[in-house]
Design a protein around this ligand. Structure first.
Ligand SMILES: C[S@@+](CC[C@H](N)C(=O)[O-])C[C@H]1O[C@@H](n2cnc3c(N)ncnc32)[C@H](O)[C@@H]1O
Length: 212
């Protein structure tokens, strides 16, 4: 499933320590018992999210695609003292698991979980975002980007997951609807004159986008 060599992934885990250690049990439980465990960010990617958030010290973070809460809790590590993180999850069962994880975390009072379709919920959140993580259904990425961009502060950052889509975007003829959607999204971002971006080969591909 993963694009990166599993041995390289293990190596990055061995030589990284930025992931909050208290998240190990949540991470492992999702990995071993959730039928869609592959949806969870890798341990090293969680460390990257946490590291970047600490650098930015954001006041308002938006996450689209909570799953069981691991990436939200990594991102929350860098929140300013008066900051808040909003995260949106479509599936009620996963949202419940995430809320339980948030309740057990030191960041519980700063995290607001919304259950439902992000396309409907984003327009109701009247915030100016400093940091956004897009990690939900791939066919929705362009819409999420267009919804979020007007509410993103200048110098605000969007992190986008799965931009290599298991390597499928490298093929000559794209097959699946998600691979096609990711390819269209990557072109959409590249043609935006109001941003600059860098695509990284972390796990399944992460793009960092800065609003000019
Ligand atoms: C790749 S997972 C997120 C993984 C999580 N960010 C992490 O790193 O642990 C994508 C999640 O997006 C959710 N999702 C899919 N479509 C959605 C939508 N329209 N609105 C909100 N969430 C959605 C899925 O139910 C799934 O839990």
């Amino acid at each position: 499933m993963d694009f990166i060599n599993p041995l390289a992934n293990d190596y990055t885990e061995k030589y990284s320590n930025a992931t909050p250690s208290y998240l190990k049990s949540l991470f492992e439980e999702t990995l071993t018992s959730h039928q869609h465990a592959h949806l969870q960010s890798s341990w090293t990617q969680g460390g990257f999210l946490s590291f970047l958030s600490k650098l930015l010290a954001p006041t308002h973070i938006l996450e689209i695609g909570t799953f069981t809460g691991f990436s939200a809790l990594c991102l929350a590590e860098g929140l300013a003292n008066n900051g808040e993180l909003h995260t949106i999850e479509l599936r009620a069962e996963d949202a419940q698991k995430a809320q339980a994880a948030f309740n057990n975390s030191p960041k519980v009072n700063q995290i607001k979980l919304h259950t439902g379709d992000a396309k409907l919920i984003i327009p109701t959140l009247l915030k100016k975002w400093d940091l956004v993580f897009i990690d939900a259904d791939k066919t929705g990425y362009i819409e999420y980007y267009n919804l979020v961009m007007p509410q993103l502060n200048t110098n605000g950052i969007i992190i986008v997951d799965n931009v290599l889509f298991h390597g499928e975007v490298l093929e000559d003829s794209l097959q699946g609807k998600s691979a096609k959607a990711i390819q269209a999204f990557n072109e959409h971002v590249l043609s935006d004159q109001n941003t600059e971006q860098v695509m990284l080969t972390i796990r399944d591909g992460l793009t960092l986008i800065r609003k000019k």
